[in-house]
Design a protein around this ligand. Sequence first.
Ligand code: 13P
Ligand code: SF4
Length: 299
Amino acid sequence: MRMKDRIRQLKAEKGAIILAHFYQEPDVQDVADFIGDSLDLSRKASETDAQIIVFCGVNFMAETAKILSPEKKVLLPVYNSSCPMAMMINKRRLLDYKAKNPDRKIICYVNSYAEVKALSDVCVTSSNAEKIITHFQHEKMLYIPDKNLGMYLKDRYDLDIDIWPGYCRVHNNLKVEDVVIARNKHPHAQVLIHPEAPLDVLKQADYVGSTRGILNYAQQSSHQAFVIGTESGMLYPLQKACPGKSFHILKEPMSCVNMKKTRLTDVLRALEEEQYEIHVEEGIRKQAKKALDLMLELS
Ligand code: 13P
Ligand code: SF4
């Protein structure tokens, strides 16, 4: 039996659902029941009736699903698929900061681990960060861990906000000259960039938004060509959603090695052997869930 058919059969037998981030390999996206950005996937994980969730993404995403749905079995097909940005902050350093700055609200990007979310007031994703920040805009804040999304928010809303110096290597590498070169090469294209890119680069964009935001924008736009400033996996769902339009990556390579670790064979093994199961210590989970619940309520 073909591997994709075997995956579909096992999924049905076990009552499982496969969730995949837009950056996953095309054949992994093809077997998924639902593909989306971080916010979409969190919502889907909390709403599904399926008792097994196979999460094709990086580990903070699967962990978020487990925090929201502790009664479900959440499986990550590749044990060590982690987001380097999420590792740029930890509990000890955040506790240290909080002891020195007890009056600051902690605004936590979902690209973070449970023990960090547990010490935060609210979580945000790149889809809802602007909306959520406006609820706190008259308070003193700390934004963790992505300096670029933090700088983008600070610049737009004139906030009293400290910014943690974390970053995503894939997006932080972008430079203004890359946009200049891409615009010269594709003069009729619109430039759409993820807010994990540096502020000076974002200021060159026609649109700044999450992966879902970029997809929606391209679908609704009357333009026919786009330069995409995010991980290259995004080209596949864009091309599928907009067959007549053309998409070009802003800079080569823009590839997240951790997102690309998941293969079809890993998805199959995850279903066959029900591995690798995500666990979160209950005290931490409950605290982290408060920050995620507030995010879902405000977004
Ligand atoms: P999105 O929430 O926009 O999908 O972003 C997730 C991510 O990891 C971007 O690098
Ligand atoms: Fe993390 Fe960047 Fe990969 Fe997104 S693209 S998962 S932020 S390393």
